[in-house]
Design a binder for this molecule. Structure first.
Ligand code: SF4
Length: 882
C-alpha cells in the first residue's frame, strides 16, 4: 500500500511517502521532492518505540475513556460555574494537526468562554505573528520557498537553517550553486549555517534592532529607498526613519551597538542596498527575544522601504519551527487570537459567536504561556489541559512550571509517550501519534498538506480532536460538537475562514468547505491564498499588488527603538539556548533512536576559550553554570568562533536524558511585551569550573537511574543493544568504589549474575561487568579523567553476547575487545562514518562534497552534514600531483 503524508517535525513540511508501512521522502511533494533530513529519514525507527501511553489513567489507575472524559467534563463544568471560565486553561502544541487545534480552540473560546488557550508556538514564532499584524494588518508570511531559490542575496537572521530547516537549506544550497546567491548570516554563533555563508556577522545577542535600524538609515542615505512605492503603499516611513537615525546616526554607531567592525557592517549594508532580489529569512534568534516583535518589524521596515516584497526572489520570510505552527495561527490557537485570522475586536467576536452559535463566547484575550503557568501557580487557574507538549521541560523557569502543576487541583495531559509533564498529571489521556491519525498541517509557506494514518493507534490511544469533541459533548454542547471525522472538522474550519469575509481577511479557504470525505482524503498539497478574481491577493506570493489587509490598504512601517541590554558591570555570560541537528524538542521521539544520538551524544556547554580560561574551565572538562533560577553542571566544548561572553546549551536534554536537564530551568521569565514570547536566548549566567575527579561509562541492556551517587553528572543515549550512560563525578574516586550490593543495583544484576571485576588502584582504573549465564548484561568503567578507556561504542558491541573467559579478560582489561574499531557517523541519513569519508577523500582524491556524495551517498539526502564534509575536505591534505 502506498500513502502520502507529511513529516511531523519542522515547519518545512516535507512530504513523506509510506510504502508498505515504510516512510520515505515523497518525490512529488513540492517542498522536498523526495529529500528528508536526518530526523525525517529516521521516522521508521520511531514507529514502534516502547513505553507508549495506551490507556486513560486517573491518579495512576487505569480508567475507561467514559470515566476519564466524564471526569474532565464534570470538573470543567463545576469550575466554570463556581469560579468562572478563566479558571480553566488549555496549553496545546504546534505538533497538533489543524483539526485538533480547531476543536480545542472552539471548545475553550466559544463554549467554556475563556481566551485561556495558548500553545507552545508562543515559544517559537509569536513575535513574527505580532510583527506581521503590526506591519501588514494580518499574520501572513508574504513569500514562498521559491523566493529563496530566486534571490541573489539571502540574509539569514538568527536562523541555523542547516540544522533546523535542513531540507529548505539544501534547496537554497542547490540554487546557490547555479545562481551564485550571496548569503549573509547574522548570528552570535558560528553555526553550521554561518560556516557556509559568504559573510558571517557575529552580532552581540539582542542587537538585531540596531543592525536593521542602521540598515534602514544606510539605505536611505544610499538612495536605495523606493519612495514612489512607499508613497503608494506604505505608511510611517518618516517616523520610522527618524527613529532609525536616532538609533544609528552613523554606520560607526550602529557597528558599536552590534559589536562588529564597521567594515563588516558596511559590507553587508552595501550588498543589501545594491541587490534587488533579497530575502531576509529569520527564525528563533529573532523571535525568542525580549524585543522579538521589534526585531521582526525592523526587518520588515527594510523590505517595505525598498519595495522588496511580493515579487519573485524577495521579501521577509519567517520560517516556523514546528510542523503546524501555521495551522495553529489559522485556527486562532494563540490566546490573543480568534479563529480564522480574526481578533478580539467586537465585530470579530460577534462574527465567530454567530458562526459557532456559541453560548459563552470569550470576549478578551487569554493568558499567554508564561503568564498562564504563573496563574496556575497562583491558583487563578484551577484546571489545565496540556496536550502534545512538555512544558515541565520546555518552559522558561521550568521548575516553577513543575511547582505550579504540582499545586494545581486538576492537571490533564494528553500525549503519546510519558514525559516529565505526564508525571505531574492527575488524568493522562493516551493520544494517537504520527502515522496513527489524520488531518492537515500548514507549513512555513502557507501550504496545507494532509497527514494520513497508515497504522492503528496502540491500545486505546485516540486523536486529540476526538478527545476535545467528547469533552464538549459531555459538557452539554452535543449539537456543536458533532464531528465524526477530521474531515467534518476541516469543512467547518474552511467555512469559518470564508464566513462574512468579503476579502478582508486573506486567510480564506472557503472553497474547501464543501469537500466530501473522498475529496478530503485525496486532498493534494495546496498553498493559500489561491488566485481568485476580484481579490487583491493570490498565488504563492502576497502583496504583489501593494495592497495590504489594513483598513486603508497600506502597510505600516513601525518605528522601533533600540534598548541596549544593561551592562551589569560584572563578568557574567549570556546563555543562548537552541537546537541541535538530529534532535527534536524534548527528545520524546528522536532521543530514543540510536542513530540520532550519535551526532551529539550528550548536552554540551559551548564557551569561548577566553571566557573559559578566565574561569579555569578546560575543554572537555566540567563546568557549572548558574542563573538566579537554577544551576546545571555540564561537559564543556570550547569554540573560538563563538562570540566571547556568550555561551550556548542545547534545549533538548531533560531529566530523562541527563542529570542536569532541562536547561530551560535556568532561563529567566522575561518576555516580549507585545508578543509574550519568552526571551530564551538572553539569560545572564555565571560559570565556574568543576573539578572532575573521575569519569567513565555504564553500558546496560536495561534503562533506569544510572547515578551511583549525588555527585555525578550523567547523560544517557540508546544504543543498539541497550543504553549507554556517560558518567563523571567530583568526589574522590576512592570514595566511589561501590559495595557489591550497590554495584548490583547499578548494573541491574540479578542474584544469579556473576560480577567480574578488574581494578588497578595505582592507575585509578576500576571496571566491573555483570554476566548472566555467560552473557554480558552490563558493565561499568571508572577511571581518573585522563586515563585511557576502551571506547564505549566498541565495548557496547559485546552487550548481549556470551563471553568466554578470554573475552571477559579482554573486555575488562581493554587489551582487545574483539569488536570493530569505533567510528563516528557523519551522515546520519545513510550512516556513513568519518573513517569511510576520510579514506575516500584520500584514496579517490576527492575535492568536493558532490564527489563524496556520488561515491558514498553522504550529504545527498538532508545535507545537514555538508558543513562537516567540507571541514573534512579542508582538513585532509591530499598529496600534490607530481
Ligand atoms: S526538514 Fe527534516 S524535520 Fe523538517 S519537515 Fe523536512 S524532513 Fe521533517
Amino acid at each position: 500500500m502506498t500513502l502520502h503524508t507529511t513529516c511531523p517535525y519542522c515547519g518545512v513540511g516535507c512530504g513523506v511517502t509510506v510504502i508498505d508501512g515504510i516512510p520515505r521522502g515523497d518525490p512529488n511533494h513540492p517542498e522536498n521532492y523526495g529529500r528528508l533530513c536526518s530526523k525525517g529519514a529516521a521516522l521508521k525507527e520511531t514507529l514502534n518505540l516502547p513505553d507508549r501511553l495506551t490507556q486513560p489513567m486517573i491518579h495512576g489507575e487505569a480508567a475507561s475513556w467514559d470515566t476519564a472524559l466524564n471526569t474532565i467534563a464534570q470538573a470543567f463544568t463545576r469550575i466554570r460555574n463556581t469560579q468562572g471560565p478563566d479558571a480553566i486553561a488549555f496549553y496545546v502544541s504546534g505538533q497538533f494537526l489543524t483539526e485538533d487545534y480547531y476543536v480545542a480552540n472552539k471548545l475553550m473560546k466559544g463554549f467554556i468562554g475563556s481566551g485561556n488557550i495558548d500553545t507552545n508556538s508562543r515559544l517559537c514564532m509569536a513575535s513574527s505573528v505580532a510583527g506581521h499584524q503590526r506591519a501588514f494588518g494580518e499574520d501572513v508570511v508574504p513569500g514562498c520557498y521559491e523566493d529563496l531559490e530566486e534571490a541573489d542575496l539571502v540574509v539569514q537572521a538568527g536562523s541555523n537553517m542547516a540544522w533546523c530547516h535542513p531540507v529548505l537549506y539544501q534547496r537554497l544550497m542547490l540554487a546557490r550553486e547555479k545562481r551564485r546567491t550571496k548569503i549573509v548570516t547574522i548570528d552570535p554563533r558560528r553555526t553550521a549555517t554561518a560556516a557556509t555563508a559568504d559573510l558571517h556577522l557575529p552580532v552581540a545577542s539582542g542587537t538585531d534592532v540596531a543592525l536593521f535600524n542602521g540598515l534602514l538609515a544606510y539605505l536611505s542615505d544610499a538612495g536605495a529607498v523606493d519612495h514612489s512605492w512607499i508613497a503608494a503603499h506604505v505608511s510611517g516611513f518618516d517616523e520610522t526613519l527618524e527613529e532609525a537615525r536616532r538609533c544609528a546616526p552613523s554606520l560607526e554607531t550602529a557597528a558599536e551597538k552590534v559589536g562588529l567592525p564597521a567594515g563588516d557592517l558596511q559590507g553587508f549594508y552595501e550588498l543589501f542596498a545594491r541587490t534587488e532580489r533579497v530575502v531576509t529569512l529569520y527564525s528563533q534568534g529573532v523571535n525568542q527575544s525580549a524585543c522579538g516583535t521589534d526585531k521582526v518589524n525592523a526587518i520588515l521596515n527594510c523590505h517595505l522601504a525598498t519595495g522588496r516584497i511580493g515579487r519573485s526572489g524577495m521579501g521577509p520570510f519567517s520560517v516556523t519551527g514546528q510542523p503546524n505552527a501555521m495551522g495553529g495561527r489559522e485556527v486562532g490557537g494563540l490566546a490573543n487570537q480568534l479563529a480564522a485570522h480574526m481578533a478580539f475586536m467586537s465585530e470579530d467576536i460577534d462574527r465567530v459567536r454567530r458562526f459557532w452559535k456559541a453560548p459563552h463566547m470569550a470576549v478578551k484575550p487569554g493568558l499567554k504561556a508564561v503568564d498562564l503557568f504563573e496563574a496556575i501557580g497562583e491558583g487563578r487557574v484551577q484546571a489545565v489541559w496540556i496536550a502534545a507538549t512538555n512544558p515541565a521541560d520546555s518552559m522558561p523557569r521550568a521548575h516553577l512550571v513543575r511547582d505550579a502543576l504540582a499545586r494545581c487541583p486538576l492537571v490533564i495531559v494528553s500525549d503519546a509517550w510519558p514525559t516529565d509533564t505526564t508525571a505531574l498529571a492527575h488524568v493522562v489521556l493516551p493520544a494517537a501519534g504520527w502515522g496513527e491519525k489524520s488531518g492537515t498541517v500548514t507549513n512555513s509557506e502557507r501550504r496545507i498538506s494532509r497527514q494520513r494514518a497508515f497504522r492503528s493507534a496502540p491500545g486505546e490511544a485516540r486523536p486529540d480532536w476526538w478527545m476535545f469533541t467528547e469533552v464538549g459533548r459531555r459538557m452539554g454542547f452535543e449539537k456543536s460538537f458533532t464531528y465524526r471525522s477530521p474531515a467534518d472538522v476541516f469543512r467547518e474550519h474552511a467555512a469559518l475562514s470564508a464566513f462574512e469575509n468579503d476579502g478582508r481577511r486573506i486567510f480564506d479557504i472557503g472553497a474547501l468547505a464543501d469537500l466530501d470525505d473522498a475529496a478530503y482524503d485525496a486532498l493534494l498539497p495546496l498553498q493559500w491564498p489561491w488566485p481568485r478574481r476580484g481579490r487583491g491577493h493570490g498565488g504563492p506570493r502576497l502583496f504583489s499588488g501593494g495592497t495590504f489587509p489594513t483598513t486603508d490598504g497600506r502597510a505600516r512601517m513601525v518605528p522601533v527603538a533600540f534598548s541596549p541590554k544593561e551592562n551589569d558591570g560584572g563578568d557574567s555570560l549570556t546563555l543562548n539556548t537552541g537546537r541541535t541537528r538530529d534532535q527534536w524538542h524534548t527528545m520524546t521521539r528522536t532521543g530514543r533512536v540510536p542513530r540520532l544520538m550519535i551526532h551529539m551524544t550528550g548536552p554540551r556547554l559551548v564557551m569561548h576559550p577566553s571566557d573559559a580560561a578566565r574561569r579555569g574551565i578546560e575543554d572537555d572538562g566540567l563546568a557549572q553554570i548558574a542563573s538566579p533560577h537554577g544551576q546545571a553542571i555540564l561537559r564543556v566544548s570550547l569554540d573560538a568562533m563563538l562570540r566571547p561572553s556568550e555561551v550556548f546549551v542545547p534545549m533538548h536534554w531533560t531529566n530523562q536524558f541527563c542529570s542536569s536537564g532541562p536547561i530551560d530551568r535556568l532561563v529567566h521569565g522575561m518576555t516580549d511585551p507585545v508578543s509574550g514570547q519568552p526571551d530564551l536566548k538572553g539569560t545572564k549566567v555565571e560559570a565556574a569550573a568543576v573539578t572532575e575527579c573521575w569519569r567513565g561509562y555504564l553500558l546496560r541492556s536495561s534503562d533506569g537511574d544510572p547515578a551511583p551517587g549525588e555527585t555525578v553528572f550523567w547523560s544517557k543515549r540508546p544504543i543498539a543493544r541497550g543504553f549507554a550512560f556517560d558518567l563523571s563525578g567530583w568526589t574522590l574516586l576512592a570514595k566511589l568504589i561501590p559495595s557489591e550490593a550497590a554495584l548490583r543495583r547499578l548494573l541491574h544484576a540479578p542474584e544469579e549474575a556473576d560480577i567480574i571485576s578488574y581494578s588497578d588502584p595505582k592507575k585509578s582504573v576500576f571496571r566491573y561487568a555483570a554476566l548472566v549465564r555467560g552473557r554480558l548484561e552490563a558493565c561499568v568503567f571508572f577511571a581518573s579523567p585522563r586515563s585511557a578507556f576502551p571506547e564505549a561504542e566498541q565495548v557496547s558491541e559485546r552487550l548481549g553476547q556470551t563471553l568466554e573467559p578470554g573475552a571477559r579478560f579482554s573486555l575488562l582489561s581493554g587489551v582487545d575487545s574483539g569488536a570493530a574499531a569505533p567510528a563516528r557517523i557523519v551522515c546520519a541519513c545513510f550512516a556513513v562514518k568519518e573513517a569511510a569519508i576520510s579514506h575516500a577523500i584520500r584514496s579517490e582524491k576527492l575535492t568536493t562534497t558532490v564527489q563524496i556524495g556520488a561515491l558514498l551517498q553522504a550529504g545527498t539526502d538532508c545535507g545537514s552534514c555538508i558543513p562537516e564534509l567540507k571541514k573534512l575536505l579542508a582538513d585532509i591534505e591530499l598529496p600534490a600531483v607530481a
